[in-house]
Design a protein around this ligand. Structure first.
Ligand code: PGA
Ligand code: ZN
Length: 428
């Protein structure tokens, strides 16, 4: 059945960092309504689609999105008027053609993504389905293993840790709800251990603690103790994952790529090979199952070295490297750089292109980790996307901050709805 647009509304709303972002609401002629709001990164990749911001305005320090909002309600609304919105690929293609640039800089990836998602939600509502069912059909049954970011550093916290995200991975749970319980118990235990030792327990952008620890190793030690004190076996039930976000640590010169851990005051300059050695050493001491952006977005040779040495042992996730872009992912697959892709809707800017990236990864035997951004809203689309695609993993922050736990809570509802058909399996 054809679904047509009755009204497309957009509004500048506020994200979890106090920055403006785009919210869109689509109403169909049958009365069905769908809405979505767009997230925003801090450690953004160089090759991401462009968020349109009102840089010339004083309001919000030049971060307003009023032009993107205007683009939704004028040009985009006109283009989609009369179109069959149940054909998501055609909807997204029409917006790409209207934008006319390679990186969506004219209309803004924020304007385009907000619309793309609002329409998907509206069509799901019109079919009286949950979004995961609308997108994934009856085979959408896999609840993702969460990579729960309990210690924040890098660009997400004002502390001494260079690694951006230290995550716990409750892959030994039998169900998603058990995984939530395990993660929450470890998060609480970690908080009390840090507090007892006189460290700050205020949280960073993604809800993990942001203590002024002396070294990355000290963070690992706290994580191990928290897992054990909460009554779980590290490695068996709960493992560790990192997002090094090394595009933030790299120095590029004519001689190549070097990496520095400046926040923790480490004087050493690391080559990609040195980093591989460092990660390999950590992996002998701690149960690390996944490392994201272990080397930088331009260091393809470094990625190949990393994958050659550690790819058989652990998941190596390309975030800034791939930016959810099938052209960059194709190169990674061909050159055996990474073995996994981080999936962020707003890096590429439409639902269709995001689904294409997940499909390409899965065909090549790469895993996909569906991800939030450090700047978020209560929007829970990524929870449905994870189940719809059977991606198997999600990264959506810690066990606090509403904009993070909303996604987890949505997954709990999906698991409850799927009942005995729900699956939860360890990818590690
Ligand atoms: P960002 O961080 O949203 O600030 O880019 C998340 C990540 O690097 O995975
Ligand atoms: Zn990342």
């Amino acid at each position: 059945m054809k679904s047509q647009l009755s009204k497309l509304e957009a509004l500048q709303v506020i994200d979890s960092r106090g920055n403006p972002t785009v919210a869109v609401r689509a109403t169909l002629t049958d009365g069905a309504v769908g809405s979505a709001s767009v997230p925003s990164g801090a450690s953004t990749g160089q090759f991401e689609a462009i968020e349109l911001r009102d840089t010339k305005d004083k309001a919000f320090g030049g971060k307003g999105v009023q032009q993107a909002v205007r683009n939704v309600v004028t040009e985009i609304a006109q283009t989609l008027s009369g179109a069959d919105l149940s054909d998501q690929r055609a909807v997204d293609k029409a917006m790409l053609a209207l934008d006319g640039t390679a990186n969506k800089q004219r209309l803004g990836a924020n304007a385009i993504l907000g619309t793309s998602l609002a329409i998907a939600h509206a069509v799901a509502a019109s079919r009286k389905m949950d979004l995961y069912e609308h997108l994934g059909g009856s085979s959408a049954l896999t609840l993702p293993v969460p990579l729960v970011n309990v210690i924040n550093g890098g660009a997400h916290a004002n502390n001494s840790l260079d690694i951006q995200e230290f995550m716990i991975v409750p892959h030994g749970a039998k169900t998603f709800s058990e995984a939530m319980r395990m993660a929450a118990e470890v998060f609480k235990k970690l908080g009390s251990l840090l507090k007892d030792d006189g460290f700050e327990t205020a949280v960073g952008d993604e809800g993990g603690y942001a203590p002024r620890l002396e070294s990355q190793e000290q963070a690992f030690e706290y994580l191990m103790r928290a897992i054990e004190r909460a009554g779980y076996q590290p490695g068996q039930q709960i493992s560790l994952a990192l997002d090094v976000a090394s595009s933030e640590l790299v120095k590029e010169s004519a001689q190549g790529f070097t990496y520095k851990f400046e926040k923790s005051g480490d004087p050493k300059s690391y080559s990609a090979a040195d980093l591989v050695e460092l990660y390999a050493t950590w992996a002998t001491k701690y149960p690390i199952v996944s490392i994201e952006d272990g080397v930088s977005e331009n260091d393809w040779d470094g990625w190949k070295t990393l994958t050659k040495h550690l790819g058989a042992k652990m998941q190596l996730v390309g975030d800034d490297l791939f930016v959810t872009n099938t052209e960059r992912l194709r190169r990674g697959i061909e050159e055996q750089a990474a073995n996994s892709i981080l999936i962020k809707l707003n890096q590429i800017g439409t639902l269709t292109e995001t689904l294409d990236a997940i499909a390409m990864a899965s065909e090549a035997g790469f895993t996909s980790v569906i991800s939030h951004r450090s700047g978020e809203t209560g929007d829970t689309t990524i929870a449905d996307l994870a189940v719809a695609t059977n991606a198997g993993q999600i990264k959506t922050g810690s066990m606090c901050r509403g904009e993070r736990v909303e996604k987890y809570n949505r997954l709990l509802w999906i698991e409850a709805k799927l009942g005995s058909r729900a699956r939860y399996t360890s990818p590690f």
